[in-house]
Ligand binder design. Sequence first.
Ligand code: 13P
Ligand code: ZN
Length: 272
Amino acid sequence: MNKDILKSPFVTEMSEITQLMYQRNWDERNGGNITLLLNENEVAEYLDLENIVRTIPIDFDAKELAGSYFLVTGSGKYFKNVQKDPARNIGLIRVSDDGKGVEVLWGYEDGSLPTSELPSHFQSHIARLSVDPENRVIMHCHATHLLAMTFTHSLDERELTRKLWQLCTECLVVFPEGISTIPWIVPGTNEIGEATSNKMKETRLVVWPYHGIYGAGKDMDETFGLIETVEKAAEVYTYVQAQGGMKAKISDEDLKKLADRFGVKPRAGYLD
Ligand code: 13P
Ligand code: ZN
């Protein structure tokens, strides 16, 4: 007898985090999407793995993830609504053996589909797993202040990273590898997936200009915390600009002391 999936830690956590992100105003309407990689064992406690509800073709090669299980937010679904009705707004899928489709094992009960950003998520999982086998989460949202900053600040990766490090003391400690940017690209395409995942090999944060942010991490908390930290720095930047601009910053010398104290290695060449 399988346990009730609605009470599983993964559905519960997905429901809580999407609600929290909605409350933060990072996920208006259907904005944002999350994929959580699961172990077969944890899924088997809740579902019959032989029972495929339907198979959805995908138009990119996910062979490297064949047989992998993911909990994924639905396309066009509102983060606002996940908690009150998970079965309609999220789903649990397995990548088919040939990597050309995904098998729905649970959820998307109104016939809906996994996020349109599956190419970016899957390619980012592949990239992150190649550098960190513990990585289980890819999270995308429209974090407001960071999104605003893409209109007013240089998108040069070194310049943007340095600015964020200079604004809040914990930034360097939380993302010592820095933050990446890609050009504006049509969302939902393999092309934006490729650009995002190339950057994901080096940084867990990738900015989509005039759109939002991608974050990666070993679990929901870590990934949420990563995005929360960069978004906080961008919010502070917004206030600082409104108050007349930066008249001080954390110096490179102090950033180096900070890195030493917390045992992190700042991205090479990013500090003078
Ligand atoms: P989905 O509703 O397909 O997940 O798309 C939302 C989004 O944020 C696109 O970038
Ligand atoms: Zn988006």
